[in-house]
Write a protein that binds this ligand. Structure first.
Ligand SMILES: Cc1cc2nc3c(=O)[nH]c(=O)nc-3n(C[C@H](O)[C@H](O)[C@H](O)COP(=O)(O)OP(=O)(O)OC[C@H]3O[C@@H](n4cnc5c(N)ncnc54)[C@H](O)[C@@H]3O)c2cc1C
Length: 416
């Protein structure tokens, strides 16, 4: 069923009786070529590209809850390609290019809005660091403009430029950065994968991984055993737990990240803005709510709700940056479970167990990575070779000391 303006119109004229469920609800088969554990953004995108790019259709996505109920439906939806280090730079650049054609590719409105992202700086040292980052982005073929204070004022006149502690000196502007609708991305990939024959099995928790002679042979689930030649673990915050089922210990800690949404307001913020002197970033959703968030809660947890100290920090940082925000009422807040690696960069790799692969460690930045990650992981699963833009996301880089430490915060990324 293709979606189009004409389809909307004709359904509207005939009582909306022609819409069909967007994906099937299949019983799991006894055996698949590939099983993807986890029906979040990355798992669904992987399944889609396995079918679309490599013609693999005997594929199942096993999801313990409902599709999109994890972080993919809980994030603050920022999409950008403003990374500095080799490894990250080419990967996120590729992912952003996939975003730019995604609505047409999936025939599903993912509401990708390239409204521009501005990272503010508040000191000469920060300006120099952002100038270097901007140059790296331009070298990668992406867009970056270094704005001085007046340049930022022209675009974001509502900020407190003269805050006594954190005066704004300028910002790094990334015009192609922006937001997307998180649920729509999960639904769009799910619909595309289902249409190509992938089984999306909800309410199916993986409880064990079957291994024989060093090779994965299938999984145990709450809906019975299922055999498979290849298995991909794509469970974000639960990566450590699921990998442990195969006897593996991943370099991952799970931490909470919170988000906040205010009541709906008339349009006031038409960019994504991030504060440089505290943990706070903000955008406005199409429904009018101000959507903002901060940093991790700084203790390992599997809870999907946050704690007050970080909520307080985020509100204070917001007030320092844009005092007008104090008039808005926060309606909702929630948390998601982040799979934090020591260097803050992800892992897309095979494991020592033949046929068993991992895609994890997306930390708090995996939403923008969904198309690129799905594309690269599908490539690895189907061909056995690393896809070039993701080739540095190796599991053994932690043993080799070849870290991709984007923030330069050392080996305990989650503690800085
Ligand atoms: C508050 C917040 C703000 C964020 N903001 C941004 C942002 O602005 N930009 C950005 O790029 N990223 C952001 N992120 C990060 C991003 O959301 C995550 O990195 C990304 O969604 C993780 O990948 P996923 O979508 O596949 O994860 P998930 O949606 O969590 O998918 C994993 C799935 O695995 C399933 N699962 C777990 N265990 C099992 C099992 N045993 N059997 C079967 N299924 C299982 C889970 O139920 C879940 O559905 C944010 C995250 C949060 C929480």
């Amino acid at each position: 069923m293709r979606y189009s303006g004409f389809r909307l119109f004709s359904e509207g004229m005939t009582g909306n009786r022609g819409w069909r469920p967007v994906w099937r609800d299949p019983e799991p088969k006894p055996e698949y070529d590939v099983i993807i554990i986890g029906g979040g953004g990355h798992g669904l995108a992987t399944a889609y590209y396995l079918a679309r790019e490599h013609g693999l259709r005997n594929v199942a996505v096993l999801e313990k809850g409902y599709l999109g109920g994890g972080n993919v439906g809980r994030n603050t939806t920022i999409v950008r390609a403003n990374y500095f280090l080799p490894g990250n730079s080419e990967f996120y650049s590729h992912s952003l290019k996939l975003w730019e054609g995604l609505a047409q590719e999936l025939n599903f409105n993912v509401m990708h809005s390239q409204r521009g992202l501005i990272n503010l700086f508040h000191s000469d040292g920060q300006r120099d660091a952002f100038a270097r980052r901007g140059n790296a982005m331009i070298n990668q073929g992406d867009d970056a403009i270094l704005l001085d204070r007046e340049g930022v004022r022209e675009i974001l006149p509502y900020l407190d430029f003269d805050n006594a502690r954190f005066p704004i000196h300028g910002g790094l502007y990334h015009p192609r950065g922006g937001t997307a609708r998180h649920d729509a991305v999960a639904w769009g990939y799910a619909r595309g994968a289902d249409a190509r024959g992938v089984d999306l099995v909800q309410n199916c928790e993986v409880t064990g991984i079957d291994i024989s002679n060093g090779r994965v042979t299938g999984v145990q689930t709450t809906r019975g055993a299922i055999r498979a030649r290849k298995v991909g673990i794509v469970v974000a915050g639960r990566s450590g737990q699921v990998a442990a089922m195969a006897g593996m210990r991943l370099p991952i800690e799970s931490h909470i990240l919170q988000a906040f949404v205010t009541e709906g307001l008339k349009p006031v913020i038409d960019h994504v803005v991030s504060f440089g002197m505290g943990h706070f970033y903000i955008s406005q959703s199409d429904k009018g709510g101000l959507v903002f968030g901060g940093d991790l809660d700084f203790h390992a947890s599997y809870a999907q709700r946050g704690n007050l100290p970080m909520a307080e920090h985020v509100m204070e940082a917001g007030m320092a940056l844009m005092p007008m925000i104090g008039k808005a009422r926060v309606l909702r807040s929630w948390g998601g479970i982040m799979d934090m690696t020591p260097d803050g960069s992800p892992i897309i790799d095979r494991t020592a167990i033949e046929g068993l692969h991992v895609n994890c460690g997306w930390c708090y930045g995996g939403f923008k990575a969904v198309p690129g990650s799905g594309f690269s992981f599908a490539h690895l699963l189907a061909t056995g070779r690393h896809h070039a833009p993701a080739a540095r996301f190796r599991l053994d880089r932690f043993a080799r000391g070849d870290l991709i430490d984007e923030e330069g915060t050392g080996s305990q990324h989650n503690l800085h």
